[in-house]
Design a protein around this ligand. Structure first.
Ligand SMILES: *Cc1c(COP(=O)(O)O)cnc(C)c1O
Length: 322
C-alpha cells in the first residue's frame, strides 16, 4: 500500500487565504436556553449560513482554486447526494469552470434544483444499485474532467477545516468540540485546526445511528464499509470513511458518537423554535450528541459545528409535525 501524505494545518491556513472574500465568515451563535439546559457554555458555528447553505463551499472553492489552466478549461466532475454538488457547482460558476455533477435519483429536490441553477450539468444514478464513483471516474476519463470527491481529498478536507479555524479564532480554546460526520472531510479538517489551535480540546465526530461505520472504524483501527444507511441525515449517508480522512481521524479524534433520527428531529425543532434557524437533519448531529452527553459537559466551553441548512421545506414541515 502506498503511504499517504496527510495534509497539515498549514494547508488549512492556505485554504483560508484562498477562500477569503469568497466564502462567508459564518456567525458563531449562543443561546441562554441551551446553556441553561446543558449547564455549559455552547458556541454554535453556523455553516447553515454559509454560501449555498453548507460548509461544503469551503472545500469546493479551495479545490477548484488550485486547478491549472488545462483543468479549468476541461472542467470538474463531482458525485454527491447534494451539498458537495452545490458547493462544486457554485464554486465552478464563480471561477468560470464547467461542472458536471453525478447525483442520486432520489436526492432532495431542492438540492438538485439548486445545483442546476448554479449552471452545472446533472447526471443521475440509482444509489442503491449503481456505483457513483465508477460513473464519476468514467466521465472524468471520457471527457478529460478532473474528479473532485466529496471528502477524501487533501484540498477538500483542508478547506472544510477553515470553519473550525474561524471558530477557535473567534471564541478561543474550547473544552469539547462536536462535528457532524459523513465521510469525514469536515471532521478531519476540523481535527487539523483543533490540534493546532486548541490541542487539549476533546474532539468528537457524530454520525447517524443507522450508519455508524465511522465509529466501528475508529474503534477497530480499520476502515469499515457498510450498506447505504437509511436515515433522515442525507448528508451523512456515507458507507465508509476515506483514506485521508480516516488517517487524520484515527490520529486526532477522541471518539465517534451517534445520534438517532428521533434525536435529530428534536434538535431540528429546538433550532427552529428557540434559535429561529432552519438546520437540515445532518446539521443537527453535533448538537444531538452534545445534549445526550450533558452530564459530562457541565461547566465546559463547548463548540458545535452546525454543518448545513439545506432541506426541502415540505420535508422539513413533515419531519417537524407531531
Ligand atoms: C457533507 C455533509 C456532512 C458530512 O461531511 P463529511 O465531510 O462527508 O463528513 C455533514 N453535514 C452536512 C450538511 C453535509 O452537507
Amino acid at each position: 500500500m502506498q503511504t499517504l501524505v496527510l495534509p497539515t494545518y498549514d494547508d488549512v491556513v492556505a485554504a483560508a487565504q484562498r477562500i477569503e472574500g469568497h466564502a462567508h465568515k459564518t456567525p458563531v451563535l449562543t443561546s441562554r436556553t441551551v446553556d441553561r439546559e446543558l449547564g455549559a457554555e455552547l458556541f454554535f458555528k453556523c455553516e447553515n449560513f454559509q454560501r449555498m447553505g453548507a460548509f461544503k463551499f469551503r472545500g469546493a472553492f479551495n479545490a477548484l482554486s488550485k486547478f491549472d489552466a488545462t483543468q479549468r478549461k476541461h472542467g470538474v466532475v463531482a458525485f454527491s447526494s447534494g451539498n458537495h454538488a452545490q458547493g462544486i457547482a457554485l464554486s465552478a460558476q464563480l471561477l468560470g469552470i464547467p461542472a458536471t455533477i453525478v447525483m442520486p435519483l432520489d436526492a432532495p429536490a431542492a438540492k438538485v434544483a439548486a445545483t442546476r441553477e448554479y449552471g452545472a450539468t446533472v447526471v443521475t444514478y440509482d444509489r442503491y444499485t449503481e456505483d457513483r464513483e465508477a460513473i464519476g471516474r468514467q466521465l472524468a476519463e471520457q471527457q478529460g474532467l478532473t474528479l473532485i470527491p466529496p471528502y477524501d481529498h487533501p484540498d477538500i478536507l483542508a478547506g472544510q477545516g477553515t470553519a473550525a479555524k474561524e471558530l477557535f479564532e473567534e471564541v478561543g480554546a474550547l473544552d469539547t468540540l462536536f462535528v457532524c460526520l459523513g465521510g469525514g472531510g469536515l471532521l478531519s479538517g476540523s481535527a487539523l485546526s483543533t490540534r493546532a489551535l486548541a490541542p487539549n480540546c476533546k474532539l468528537y465526530g457524530v454520525e447517524p445511528e443507522a450508519g455508524n461505520d465511522g465509529q466501528q472504524s475508529l474503534r477497530s483501527g480499520n476502515i469499515v464499509k457498510i450498506d447505504t444507511p437509511k436515515t433522515i441525515a442525507d448528508g451523512a449517508q456515507t458507507q465508509y470513511l476515506g483514506n485521508y480522512t480516516f488517517g487524520i481521524i484515527k490520529r486526532d479524534v477522541d471518539d465517534i458518537l451517534t445520534a438517532s433520527d428521533a434525536q435529530l428531529v428534536e434538535a431540528m425543532r429546538f433550532f427552529a423554535e428557540r434559535m429561529k434557524m432552519v438546520v437540515e437533519p445532518t446539521g443537527c448531529l453535533g448538537f444531538a450528541a452534545a445534549r445526550e452527553m450533558a452530564s459530562e459537559l457541565k461547566g465546559q466551553r463547548v463548540g458545535v459545528i452546525i454543518s448545513g441548512g439545506n432541506i426541502d421545506l415540505d420535508n422539513y414541515a413533515r419531519l417537524l409535525a407531531r
